[in-house]
Ligand binder design. Structure first.
Ligand code: AMP
Length: 478
């Protein structure tokens, strides 16, 4: 059995590991720790949940430990290690881990991210901190305010690099990289590998970095059962409720499940709808304050909340152990996000179930996922249980009726009358507005994500349109 002792880490790091309770290194730790200890650059293909934080965090502490001191002077505590993350949650999580790992050393550990008070962060930076975890935008704000500088950074980590690019952080990252000393050690982690990531790695890392892969590229874990159901937009929520109520242990309710959606508005609405039908749900999305997100996350981890409805951005990097279920209420816009989403289940050999609901409009997105993950989904249609049961009952009723039916002379007379009263559609009164066929608007540009969401939420709901029209008419009449 391998052990953390084999890396010859400082006893102050080993004592922390023992206290936390890590018994043996995970695969990525086995590979990454020796390379980072030797000062090499690393390109790591690893998702959250593999133990990658300790994989870079423990050797990073070991490398800068020689600077550790107990002086009160801020000048003696410059930033030596910088960890950049895409989201506040991940920043918080990584920094908490770093604090635990460095707890027996005098190294100072701090974190800065947007959405919270600026002042306590700048005070902390001015006092000095050796290991700084940050989201790019807020870090640049602090640098502009001269609360910190990066001229003495020896190690820089780019965590969840693919997400950073997705979120448009490339200009911020480039600005930060220019402020770092050229002779530094760089580590980059990404769950997926696109040409853009490869390009970033070329600029960010020294030539010939050590490439460490713990899962095959863009592959989904074999321990995850993936199910894709064809649903209609109208049925989607009811189907989700059925799944949440019946696909848990022994056909009971699911209790630890993240439901992924593509838009904040869906996130809010869906969580409210689930609550209304008696499911303990909460939403986690970018518009929530840090405190609200934290509360939702704590509730979920403690088991008080069974269903966390989340957007990709908010859910990235959340450390939730052994999640048994993930549901894609919306098919993600990018196939890479599918890999991320379902990577939250089936971890460390545990079995997981990932369900995705797809409408006919999602066909191209589903095909992109199949291509990326090199598989073909066996898609089955699924309708809400309530409707299925009602239809089956109606079918039974009709069959019984058909069997018992004998046409009487009165039935025949009525049928003749109905036939006489029939007017072919062409002769009916035509309404100039409502009988005009709907014409698709043609644009040359591809719709933005927001536009797609808007169209799905508003435009393709004829009933809502009718309400709007009536309201408008009423206004004009006044
Ligand atoms: P990460 O991928 O870094 O987010 O880590 C996922 C989870 O695994 C975190 O809760 C870590 O505390 C935990 N972890 C990391 N390394 C080990 C280890 N060697 N043994 C057990 N748990 C670990």
């Amino acid at each position: 059995m391998s052990s953390f002792k084999q890396f010859n880490l400082d006893p102050r790091i080993l004592s922390a590991i023992e206290r936390i309770g890590y018994k043996e290194p995970t695969p990525i730790q086995l590979e990454a720790i020796p390379v980072v200890l030797k000062g090499g650059d690393v390109m790591g293909a690893a998702q959250t949940g593999t133990g990658k934080t300790a994989g870079f965090g423990l050797p990073l502490i070991a490398r800068i430990l020689r600077h550790a001191n107990t002086s009160m002077s801020p000048a003696r505590h410059p930033v030596r290690a910088l960890i950049l993350t895409p989201t506040r949650e991940l920043a918080d999580q990584v920094s908490t881990n770093m604090m635990q790992y460095a707890a027996d050393t005098p190294l100072r550990v701090g974190v800065v991210y947007g959405g919270v008070d600026f002042r306590p962060q700048s005070d902390m930076l001015r006092r000095g901190v050796e290991i700084l975890t940050a989201t790019p935008g807020r870090l640049l704000d602090h640098i502009e305010q001269r609360a910190t500088n990066l001229s003495q950074v020896e190690i820089v980590v780019l965590d969840e690099a693919d997400r950073m690019l997705d979120m448009g952080f490339l200009p911020d990252i480039s600005r930060i990289l220019k402020l770092l000393p050229a002779s530094r050690q760089s580590l980059m982690f990404s769950a997926t590998f696109s040409p853009d990531i490869t390009k970033l790695a070329k600029n960010f890392l020294r030539p010939d970095p050590v490439v460490i892969e713990v899962a095959r590229q863009n592959q989904t874990a074999e321990t995850v059962t993936q199910e894709v159901y064809q649903v209609t937009d109208r049925d989607k929520t009811d189907v989700l409720i059925d799944i949440l109520k019946t696909r848990g242990v022994e056909n009971g309710p699911m209790t630890q499940v993240i439901v992924f959606v593509n838009a904040k508005i869906t996130c809010r609405r869906l969580a409210r709808t689930l609550e209304r039908v008696g499911i303990n749900a909460d939403a986690i999305h970018g518009d929530k304050t840090q405190e609200e997100r934290q509360a939702a996350l704590e509730g979920f981890k403690s088991g008080a909340i069974h269903v966390l409805v989340a957007t990709d951005v908010a859910a990235r990097g959340l450390d939730i152990k052994e999640l048994p279920y993930v549901i894609n209420y919306d098919v993600p816009f990018s196939a890479e996000d599918y890999v991320h989403r379902i990577g939250r289940t089936g971890r460390a050999g545990a079995h997981g179930l990932a369900v995705m609901l797809a409408t006919t409009e999602d066909t191209r997105l589903v095909e992109a996922i199949e291509k990326l993950t090199n598989q073909t989904f066996d898609q089955k249609p699924l309708r809400p249980l309530s409707r299925q049961m009602r239809q089956e009952a109606r079918r039974g009723e009709r069959d019984r009726h058909d069997r018992e039916r004998v046409d009487t002379p009165e039935d025949e007379r009525l049928a003749r009358e109905r036939a006489r009263a029939y007017v072919p559609p062409a002769q009916r009164h035509r309404d100039p507005i409502f009988d005009t066929p709907y014409r698709e608007r043609r644009t040359n540009s591809r719709p933005t994500e927001e536009l797609r969401v808007f169209e799905r939420e508003i435009v393709r709901k004829p009933r809502q349109q009718a309400v709007l029209l009536c309201g408008f008419g009423a206004l004009r009449r006044r």
